[in-house]
Design a protein around this ligand. Structure first.
Ligand code: ADP
Length: 364
């Protein structure tokens, strides 16, 4: 792979339509060398369509796809998938019915020029790590769905591409295989500078594994930032709900600036962390994550529900400004219907500041 471009993948103003209906709408994003970018969006938001266009299975309606600094697809021309240096793991694994697991995984290694013996040894090694080494001689018809998926993953890992595309690949994997697979990805990107574009609808997965996260809503890029950014400073109410548990209170912001903002909650002025260039004295939706509020303090509320969740307990507190979910470690300290005191430690006014659509800001 060339070392000129800092990006293994660039998508520029990409629009993809199916018979006039737009599935990917004017999306621009880059995957840097050694980076995993998660595409996070609900079902139907255009994740698979975007991946298929990068892989070469669909042509752009408008816009461009660049791989390693090379234009591979535009409105005018599109290189076929086999000419693109990408490895794809789709939900359907499309295994060759006549090949054993071992031959399936050895194939891409042989194509790189390895001897048959080396290829088989490397392939067996990958199958072993995914715990299906003992099934190496079986064909797809003799494997369960989960085992076929592991063979598909092993085959993708055996490819040494500059970009790996994943379409919800860990959706049905057990925790162990998922861990092994994610470890393999880390090793690979560190060793070769490969990048990954990882589509998922699971916020925890996206925030946990990606270097940066792109939020897709109905084909449009809503926000792009580090996991911490999209979690702590989501662009709007939709982005806040997509990226994790979110309570949204209706408050007036009375002062903002310098990394803090003051909000009027139940007649109490509370200054918390959470910068925003908000129009002051205006009512705004205020995001509160479960860890940004705690029981005890100056505000009043009533417990609507209490749930013990093992390591922590969840308290749903009803307040005049709306319901707040508070999460604290340990078993419940209160029962439902109790009157409780609570306070905010952090908050993020939504809608005041447009979401950061670029690589500006923290560790971008
Ligand atoms: P996701 O992967 O996020 O679930 P998709 O890329 O599969 O989303 O779908 C995006 C939109 O494009 C959806 O509205 C879907 O119904 C539509 N779509 C996907 N594939 C086709 C197709 N082959 N023909 C027509 N519409 C499609």
């Amino acid at each position: 792979m060339s070392t000129e471009s800092p990006h293994v993948l660039e998508v520029r103003r990409l629009t993809v339509s199916y018979h006039g209906s737009v599935a990917v709408d004017d999306v621009t994003l880059q995957v840097r060398r050694g980076e995993i970018l998660a595409l996070l969006g609900p079902s139907g938001s255009g994740k698979s369509t975007l991946l298929s266009t990068v892989a070469g299975f669909l042509p752009p309606t408008r816009g461009e796809v660049w791989l390693d600094g090379r234009l591979v697809a535009s409105e005018e021309q599109a290189e076929p998938p086999e000419r693109r240096d990408v490895a794809v793991v789709f939900q359907s694994y499309a295994l060759w019915p006549h090949l054993s697991a071992l031959d399936t995984v050895a194939y891409p290694i042989r194509r790189r020029g390895s001897t048959r013996r080396t290829a088989r040894r490397e392939a067996l090694d990958i199958l072993d790590r995914l715990r299906i080494g003992h099934l190496a001689d079986r064909r797809p018809a003799e494997l369960s769905g989960g085992e076929q998926q592991r063979v598909g993953l092993a085959r993708a890992l055996a490819r040494q591409a500059s970009v790996y595309l994943f379409d919800e690949p860990t959706a049905h994997l057990d925790t162990h295989v998922r861990g092994v697979f994610l470890d393999e990805m880390v090793v690979r990107r560190e060793a070769s500078g490969a990048g990954g574009l990882y589509a998922t609808h699971d916020a925890e997965e996206a925030l946990g594994l990606a270097d940066r996260v792109a939020l897709l809503n109905a084909g449009r890029l809503v926000q792009l930032g580090t996991p911490q950014q999209v979690y702590a400073e989501p662009a709007d109410v939709w982005a806040a709900r997509l990226t994790g548990p979110a309570s949204v209170l209706d408050v007036a912001v009375t002062d903002a600036g310098g990394g803090r903002c003051t909000v009027d909650l139940q007649g109490q002025l509370i200054t918390v962390e959470g910068p925003a260039a908000t129009v002051q004295h205006r009512s705004v939706p205020l995001l509160v994550r479960p860890g940004w509020a705690r029981l005890g303090g100056e505000l009043r509320g009533r417990l609507r529900a209490v749930s013990f969740r093992g390591p922590h307990s969840d308290y749903l507190v009803e307040t005049p400004a709306g319901e707040v979910l508070i999460r604290e470690v340990g078993p419940p300290r209160h029962a439902a219907e109790d009157d409780v005191a609570w306070t905010l430690t952090r908050a993020w006014p939504l809608g005041g500041e447009p979401g950061r659509l670029a690589d500006e800001g923290v560790a971008g």
